[in-house]
Design a protein around this ligand. Structure first.
Ligand SMILES: Cc1cc2nc3c(=O)[nH]c(=O)nc-3n(C[C@H](O)[C@H](O)[C@H](O)COP(=O)(O)O)c2cc1C
Length: 244
């Protein structure tokens, strides 16, 4: 990876289209090719993302790159726990997330967008509203990193405040955009947050750490139906208020 040698001020981004294409072509890929990712490519992505801004440059991120035998063991144990939860819903307490990713009470317009996303994804896959078994299996793809060769686990030190999660989001987006620049795709995954107890054991994370989220990374399978699912966005004019 090349360092920026010239002045940060005078550097001109030569091609706005490439930057936009990296951002615009990012989507949550949920099926991957069985094709390994070079370690040097992963290192470059993380070096680029490390330039993400953070309040007073605290850089609150910590990343576990999970591959190979450890990934397989982790996946198997979490899938078993996910299956156990389906038959014993009371286990949900044991696998509670450490922070609330979603609101406890949903209101419009967020609930409407959430539904559109869920129904849209299951619709593409032909999974009907009441088809609990198929939904369970599709959801479980999360715990297989959707077949991606690389699993990323992101944690933060528990001493950090809410603001650090803002920094973290910028880091995560930087990882995803840098991945796009190298022909790779990603899927950020809060689904893993329920299973930090199991994950931490496998990756060697400490008691001082809190799970932020997971992420699948690899070469997306273009032929997979699930990757044809496209989400919509509210137009910028609808959320922007010009105040003069
Ligand atoms: C922090 C975060 C966590 C997410 N967790 C999951 C997840 O656990 N499983 C999943 O399939 N998608 C997950 N997503 C993907 C979102 O559903 C997706 O970003 C959104 O629907 C917009 O679609 P797009 O990413 O394809 O543009 C997550 C996204 C973010 C930013």
């Amino acid at each position: 990876m090349k360092e920026l040698t010239s002045s940060q001020v005078s550097t001109v981004v030569a091609d706005a289209n490439s930057v936009d294409a990296a951002i615009l072509s990012r989507f949550s890929a949920r099926a991957y090719l069985d094709k390994p990712v070079e370690k040097s490519v992963l290192e470059d992505i993380l070096q680029v993302a490390a330039r993400a801004p953070s309040g007073t440059n605290t850089q609150p991120w910590k990343v576990y790159v999970v591959q190979g035998a450890t990934k397989n063991k982790l996946v198997n144990e979490v899938c078993d726990a996910h299956n156990a939860m389906a038959t014993h819903p009371e286990l949900a307490i044991e696998y509670a997330e450490e922070y609330d990713y979603y609101p406890s009470k949903w209101v419009s317009p967020f609930i409407d967008r959430r539904r559109e996303c869920g129904f849209g994804l299951y619709g593409v896959l032909g999974i009907g509203k009441g088809d609990k078994d198929k939904m369970h299996l599709q959801h479980q793809q999360n715990y297989r990193f959707f077949g991606a060769p690389v699993g990323l686990i992101f944690t933060i030190d528990k001493v950090m405040g809410r603001g650090s999660l803002l920094d973290y989001g910028m880091f995560l987006q930087s990882v995803m955009v840098a991945a796009r620049a190298r022909g790779l795709h990603t899927c950020p995954q809060a689904a893993w947050n329920h299973f930090s107890k199991i994950i931490f054991k496998h990756v060697g994370a400490g008691d001082n750490e809190m799970m932020v989220c997971g992420m699948a990374l690899g070469y997306a399978d273009e032929a997979a139906l699930v990757n044809t699912f496209k989400t919509t966005r509210v137009d910028a004019n609808d959320f922007t208020h010009w105040v003069e």
